[in-house]
Write a protein that binds this ligand. Structure first.
Ligand SMILES: [Zn+2]
Ligand SMILES: [Zn+2]
Length: 351
């Protein structure tokens, strides 16, 4: 379809509810999404799957996924499984088996928070992707807000400051996670998503008791924006298919909407009569034209196979791609006194 005809939906995925270690019920979380302008939620409780909670909550479509982890060794290899129609917790003991079970169920397995750092006073374990030699992943959680947040809690003072003003801490995906993603892309399509990892937990630090990173706050921050081929039908089954079809195709970008709204960010490739967007492939002999359009000025970089090939300051970048490769775009903006990650788009593959 023409690249201008897609319908953009703001999605927040990787969310915990009262059914695992989150503090909100699904109706409460949907209300927070509605206030923040998020249109689709995918809740992902730990080894818990409650499909009966899927549905429309006002204007918000709530879908139910699952975050799988080995119940015996819970602090490694977390896997987001999106789009399964079954509880896959019985396959959670090994990462490869969890991925295989997700694929058999027609679902999309994404490795969650692949690289973690925990500040000395965060009192949180580092949950890394340890079993790297697995196959069959659909993609990677490039940016996890909660995971990044805890990396900055080095002292009690940081804890106090960021409990009240979390946006002072957040900067973007770790450079090593971006390098990991680029390396994964050399083996074939690997689609990025962002997760809030929302729990809205009660945070205790000495006398301080504060519910930090509320659902409402996180839904206004980092989201995954999907480009759908059709508008809502109102039918949960059909609209669910439409969301997962875009996620399967990688027709998505990650946006830090708190730094400035990212709705409308586009990355388009054209070669002769053919056109595509995030997640697309352009084949054929002629030179491919790539263009980036952003809803506000930023520092834009276009990378080919992980190496920058073009930069621009502003809201547009055009590039003639004479060589095949995996082309992806990233943009940064000034926010709260520093340069922060703003838009990270899934690649266009030029063959
Ligand atoms: Zn996790
Ligand atoms: Zn989680």
């Amino acid at each position: 379809m023409p690249t201008t005809d897609y319908i953009e939906r703001v999605v927040n995925l990787h969310i915990h509810t009262v059914h695992s270690d989150g503090s909100g019920t699904v109706p409460e979380i949907a209300e927070a999404a509605s206030e923040a302008g998020v249109e689709v939620l995918i809740v992902t409780d730990h080894n818990v799957y409650r499909p009966e909670e899927e549905g429309w909550y006002g204007e918000v479509l709530v879908l139910v996924g699952e975050e799988l982890n080995d119940p015996v060794h819970p602090h490694r290899n977390h896997l987001l499984v999106l789009g399964a129609e079954d509880d896959l917790a019985t396959h959670a003991a090994t990462l490869q088996e969890a991925i295989a079970a997700a694929k058999r169920a027609g679902a999309l397995p994404f490795i969650a928070h692949p690289i973690e750092h925990s500040g000395a006073r965060a009192n949180e374990p580092e949950i890394n992707w340890e079993d790297r030699d697995v196959t069959g992943l659909h993609g990677v959680e490039l940016w996890n807000y909660m995971s990044e947040f805890k990396s900055y809690i080095h002292t009690v003072l940081h804890g106090l400051l960021y409990a009240y003003l979390p946006s002072l801490a957040i900067r973007g995906p770790y450079p090593e996670t971006l390098r990991l993603w680029d390396a994964m892309l050399t083996d074939g399509p690997c689609w990025a998503v962002a997760g809030s990892d929302a729990h809205a937990s009660l945070y205790r630090l000495g006398p301080l008791r504060r519910r930090i990173l509320s659902y409402r706050y996180l839904f206004s921050a980092v989201n995954t924006h999907l480009l759908l081929t059709e508008g809502w039908s109102g039918d949960v089954r059909r609209d669910r298919v439409s969301v997962y079809e875009a996620l399967a195709a990688g027709r998505a970008f990650v946006g830090y909407d708190l730094a400035a709204p990212t709705r409308g960010a586009r990355f388009v490739g054209e070669r002769g009569e053919k056109g595509c967007t995030f997640g697309g492939t352009l084949s054929g002999g002629k030179e491919a034209r790539l263009s980036v359009d952003l809803p506000a000025p930023a520092s834009i970089r276009l990378l080919r196979n992980g190496v920058p090939v073009a930069e621009a300051t502003g809201s547009r970048l055009d590039y003639a791609a004479g060589e095949p490769g995996v082309y992806r775009v990233e943009a940064r903006r000034r926010f709260r006194g520093r340069s922060v990650g703003w838009v990270f788009g899934n690649p266009i593959i030029v063959t």
